[in-house]
Ligand binder design. Structure first.
Ligand code: SDX
Length: 428
């Protein structure tokens, strides 16, 4: 393949260099397009064919169902790593050695106290507030309590902000859930591992010793790893573009949480459970919901199905589906919802509408079944997605800032009124 792309507009032809990645992906570098063509731009709603950056963090191959963080396969990481070492690899580039991991965890624990005034903010929310809205607000509010974390340029200052948010975010997650449940807000124990302490903060009861379940701890480790990054998805692109204005890390993350909340994105894991519950209430009539999903006049979509990039199985869904079996079996949970999910999947995998559009189960289809078996309320499912995605968002923000990427500011094609005169209200 030559290393240039040719473009013909009218009688003029233009050449643009090709960019090739380490996995042989190819892009046309159109940085000079508008200037060279006297104003012609590209347009691509939803950026389905447009790359926003070059990144060394995560590689996806949607056709082959491949996902790797820093070159490590998602299958190996989910099977052999723990969440904190995966977070380290995403943010700093390689899996840590023992000393690096211990220092990272120690620096995070040193930052795991949240200003008590944050409790006043939580108290101000109604118990009916959706946890994603609370979490996004609290994450942004952290800037007020840590002003030095706003505009950080040096890697040293970035490191301080990174360990600060990795220490405080799990506390905000636990407090957000416990506030809705009317439970006291706590800190767990610094003697525990990162994921163990998240579980203790979320689930310990004020009047009894919290007993750690290795099954639940391993399941949460795996789920957080599987959600940790996913290249330039909607919420990560949001973190990058907000961060590109040099808004601080916490403000950028708060924006990412809001983007993740949407039911077409991370909010799908909650929508999947609500859909499966509705099908169960409806007597398990999966065919009715399949028909709704295919009906162009019906806004209903089969939640947990389809993906912008994966036109094959989402490798995370494959791992989570197997884990759902194991966890429910190990916990002795028999959840009829799992059977409905399996039935729906089988129907969709044999239905031409889904097969022709390459719509397969995605990461959100089975994750909620495990969260529910772990005792996590359905409204907290997307918060758990955010907890997993945090290191990915951080890694992508850090890469964007260290590469000194320009502020994100897309162009447009104007389709409104041409110039017209102002008319006074008497004449309108
Ligand atoms: C995540 O980007 C990421 O990496 C995201 C994520 C991550 O880790 O960050 O992987 C996490 O967000 C997973 C996706 C969770 N969302 C859902 O499960 C919601 C249901 N899925 C859809 O809304 C949809 O599949 C999207 C949003 C995921 C992808 O939408 P696209 O790429 O814009 O595809 P599209 O809307 O253009 O659909 C193409 C066709 C359309 O039909 P036609 O117009 O060709 O006739 O497929 C149909 C769509 O109507 N379609 C569906 C469908 N998804 C797509 N029809 C029924 N049910 C569905 N779920």
């Amino acid at each position: 393949m030559s290393d240039i792309a040719k473009l013909q507009i009218g009688d003029n032809s233009y050449e643009f260099p090709l960019v090739k990645g380490t996995e042989n992906e190819v892009a046309i570098n159109i940085k000079t397009l508008r200037g060279a063509t006297n104003g012609v731009i590209t347009i691509d709603p939803g950026y389905k064919n447009t790359g926003s950056c070059e990144s060394a963090i995560t590689f996806l191959d949607g056709e082959k169902g491949i996902l790797r963080y820093r070159g490590y396969s998602i299958e190996e990481l989910a099977d052999k790593a723990d969440f904190l070492e995966v977070a380290y690899a995403l943010i700093f580039g390689d899996l840590p050695n023992k000393e690096e991991l211990e220092k990272f965890h120690s620096d995070i624990k040193a930052q795991s106290v949240v200003d008590d005034d944050v409790k006043k903010i939580i108290d101000a929310f109604p118990k009916t507030a959706h946890p994603m809205g609370v979490l996004s607000s609290l994450t942004s509010a952290l800037t007020a309590f840590n002003p030095s974390s706003v505009n950080v340029d040096s890697e040293e200052d970035m490191y301080k902000s990174i360990v600060r948010i990795l220490g405080k975010f799990p506390v905000l997650v636990a407090w957000t859930m416990r506030k809705k449940q009317g439970l006291p807000l706590n800190y767990g124990s610094s003697s525990l591992g990162y994921v163990e302490n998240i579980l203790k903060m979320m689930f310990e009861k004020p009047n009894e010793e919290y007993v750690m379940s290795p099954i639940i701890k391993n399941a949460l480790d795996k789920l957080l790893i599987l959600h940790a990054d996913h290249e330039q998805n909607c919420s990560t692109s949001t973190v990058r573009i907000v961060g590109s204005s040099h808004a601080g890390l916490f403000a950028s993350l708060s924006a990412g949480i809001s983007a993740l909340w949407g039911p077409l994105h991370g909010g799908a894991n909650q929508a999947v459970l609500e859909m499966l519950e509705a099908i169960k209430e409806d007597g398990g009539d999966t065919k009715k919901y399949m028909a709704k999903a295919k009906d162009k006049n019906d806004p209903f979509r089969l939640m947990g199905f389809g993906h912008r990039v994966y036109k094959n199985f989402d490798p995370r869904a494959t791992i989570i589906k197997a884990a759902a079996d194991e966890v429910l079996n190990d916990l002795g949970v028999n959840d009829p919802i799992l059977e409905i999910a399996r039935g729906l999947e089988q129907e969709a995998l044999n239905d031409p509408y889904f097969v022709d559009r390459k719509l397969y189960p995605n990461v959100d289809f089975y994750s909620g079944i495990i969260y529910r078996a772990m005792g996590i309320p359905v409204e907290m499912f997307t918060v758990m997605f955010a907890l997993g995605r945090l290191p990915g968002w951080i890694a992508q923000w850090k890469e964007m800032r260290l590469k000194k990427e320009p502020i994100g500011r897309p162009r447009q094609i104007y389709t409104g009124e041409n110039l017209r005169d102002f008319t006074s209200i008497e004449k309108r």
